[in-house]
Write a protein of this length. Structure first.
Length: 641
């Protein structure tokens, strides 16, 4: 635009100057030379004036043009300024437009961000609402858990890295027997009276809380080994001052007290007072996994194999198989009739040594502990066990003692009279005599209906192992020379346990124990007709006298019921049939409350004896004594959680 205006102005100036230099009305073409005319002298005066006028006019025109030109310049300058202002305004407008566009873009972006933030915010609000609900639920749960913890307390108490878990139960129990035995809730199965005893003419009721039990289990980890210890006790022990009068004061006794170390490999070493290896386990072989009959009677059940005494065992458990070996505290039980007195097997307890001083025959002088081995199999259905027992027994023999016959090893220093040595006259030739008892046992537990019904069978047999079953039949008797001989024993048991619901358990058991005859004789050394007649010795001899087993005798005082007539009554068989149930009133985090009733029919049958007269050789009627007792036991218990 500026160039166009300058070009126009330049052309205007050039044309103006040319016009000013040319005379008015003059012909721009060059004039041809003509001859001078006579009137040419006046024309120059007129032309000068005209020229002057024309010059003035031209000057004025030029001045006017210059003024116009100035005005044009000013107009052009004004237009330039307007153009610049327009450009500036356009630039500003462009800048504002760009800014507006940027702001619009930012606004769009901001709107998108706002929308995103709004969505995020909505999501956050939703999450907050959900979190709030969860928080409410969590707070409510934590409050409930806190209340629960306050009510229940911890299951275990932790002290210096060791967990202590208390346990046990409180028991209120009764027992009714149709024939009195003088027992508390614990039944002496061989002690039910034959009809000759006055006690067999009366029934008895006992009310007791003595089976109430307390326990404590402790466990921790030492390296890769789990170390545990267990204590359990009840009040089924009696001291000299224990009684059933105004204050029943029975002592707290040790049932179990042992420690165990178990490795992840399945190796387990245990020591202390514990259940014997002969006791059935639920699975494998492990402490506190014993499978007990559901009896109320703490003597459990005739035919059930068990012992609870000192033991030190090493066990290896695999997935489906376990093997263990154990040394256990021995204690030989003896029954002998017609036997000489030239030996001893028991010694009295000493108060100073903390044995029972009133038990004159309760402690045998053991040569070595019993040795037991056991294998258990869990193939996936059922549980099976086989156990072996070796029990060494020892006595002190005096050949020159109160011996009715001459023996092969009789010392020459013994003084003989009438074919036999003097009664208890010498310790010459005394020696220690040992024998080995032993046997084997089998157990099979069959889950005939999973978690609903179990069928169990036990059998145990051998020689000299009667004390490993509940009835506690005799282990040994003696020969006529006073040396020990093991009695052949057997025990059997069938068990049916039903669990129709979590609240109800039913059981039916039937079992028995057997001691074989170990009967011997020696010739009567008396002179006359009696000489050479057999004199019975041992256990269950058919020549023993059972004639008074059904005869009641008069009492000898308020605390001395009649002891009955003459009745050797060596036990052949003890059998028991039991029915019972347990009902769980409550089972939960606060423990368990249950009650139950047990009925047992108990039979004791003795070996028959004919009352052979060793002087005349005349035998009487063979009599096999029999005793029956009916027992009803009840229990109400609260178990600690």
């Amino acid at each position: 635009m500026k160039k166009l205006a300058a070009l126009t102005l330049s052309m205007f100036l050039v044309s103006g100057i040319a016009f000013a230099d040319t005379p008015k009305d003059a012909d721009p073409q060059p004039a041809k030379a003509q001859p001078a005319k006579p009137k040419a002298a006046k024309k120059p005066d007129k032309s000068d004036a005209a020229i002057a006028a024309q010059l003035e006019e031209l000057r004025q025109a030029l001045q006017s043009q210059q003024e116009q030109l100035q005005m044009l310049k000013e107009e052009l300058a004004k237009r330039d300024r307007q153009i610049d202002e327009a450009r500036e305004a356009a630039a500003a407008a462009n800048a504002r437009a760009t800014e507006a566009s940027t702001k619009a873009t930012e606004a769009v972006n901001s709107t998108a961000e706002v929308k995103t933030e709004a969505v995020t915010l909505n999501s956050t609000v939703s999450d907050l609402k959900a979190s709030n609900e969860i928080l409410k639920t969590t707070v409510a749960k934590e409050a409930a858990d806190a209340q629960k913890d306050m009510e229940e307390g911890p299951m275990t108490i932790r002290y210096k890295g060791v967990n202590f878990t208390p346990g046990g139960f409180v028991a209120a129990e009764t027992v009714f027997r149709t024939r009195a035995t003088g027992d508390d809730i614990n039944t002496q199965f061989t002690g039910i009276p034959y009809p000759s005893l006055a006690m067999g003419k009366v029934s008895e009721n006992e009310f007791t809380a003595r089976q109430s039990r307390m326990s404590m289990f402790a466990d921790t980890k030492i390296g890769s080994a789990k170390v545990s210890g267990y204590f359990e006790g009840d009040f089924l022990g009696a001291a000299v001052t224990s009684n059933n009068r105004q204050s029943n004061s029975y002592v707290f006794r040790q049932r179990q007290f042992w420690a165990s170390v178990k490795w992840d490999s399945g190796l387990n070493i245990s020591g202390g007072q514990m259940w014997s290896l002969v006791t059935e386990d639920k699975k494998g072989i492990e402490n506190r996994q014993e499978a007990f009959p559901m009896m109320i009677d703490p003597q459990y059940l005739v035919g059930w194999a068990w012992q609870r005494a000192y033991g030190f065992r090493v066990v290896q458990n695999w997935d489906k198989f376990a093997f263990g070996i154990s040394v256990e505290g021995p204690q030989t039980t003896l029954t002998a009739h017609g036997a000489p007195t030239n030996y001893f097997i028991d010694i009295p307890g000493q108060n100073a040594g903390l044995f029972n001083g009133t038990d004159a025959t309760g402690y045998t002088t053991n040569k070595a502990p019993d040795l037991l081995v056991k294998a258990a199999l869990d193939p996936g259905w059922g549980h099976y066990e086989i156990v072996g027992i070796l029990s060494p027994m020892r006595q002190r023999i005096y050949p020159c003692g109160a011996l009715p016959i001459v023996t092969a090893n009789l010392p020459a220093s013994c003084t003989l009279v009438a074919g036999g040595p003097l009664s208890g006259s010498s310790v010459a030739g005394a020696y220690n005599n040992s024998i080995i008892g032993g046997g084997v046992g089998f157990t099979a537990r069959l889950p005939i209906v999973a978690k609903k019904a179990d069928l169990v069978g036990h059998f145990q047999g051998g020689s000299g192992i009667g004390r490993y079953s509940s009835a506690q039949l005799a282990d040994v008797t003696v020969h006529p020379d006073g040396t020990l001989v093991g009695i052949k024993n057997a025990a059997w048991l069938g068990m049916l346990e039903l669990h129709p619901s979590p609240k109800l358990d039913l059981y039916a058991y039937g079992g028995g124990e057997y001691d074989a005859r170990a009967a011997y004789t020696y010739p009567n050394p008396a002179a006359g007709a009696a000489n050479g007649l057999p004199i019975p010795v041992g256990y269950g001899s058919p020549l023993f006298n059972n004639s008074g087993c059904s005869t009641e005798t008069i009492s000898t005082g308020p605390g001395a019921p009649g002891a009955g007539g003459t009745c050797t009554g060596d036990v052949r068989t003890v059998m028991e049939g039991t029915l019972g149930f347990w009902h769980n009133v409550y089972t939960g985090p606060k423990g368990r409350v249950r009650w139950g009733i047990q009925y047992s029919y108990l039979t004791k049958i003795g070996w028959a004896g004919n009352n052979f007269n060793t002087t005349t050789g005349v035998a009487g009627t063979s009599i096999g004594p029999k005793a029956v007792d009916n027992m009803v036991l009840t229990s109400f218990r609260y178990y600690l959680p």
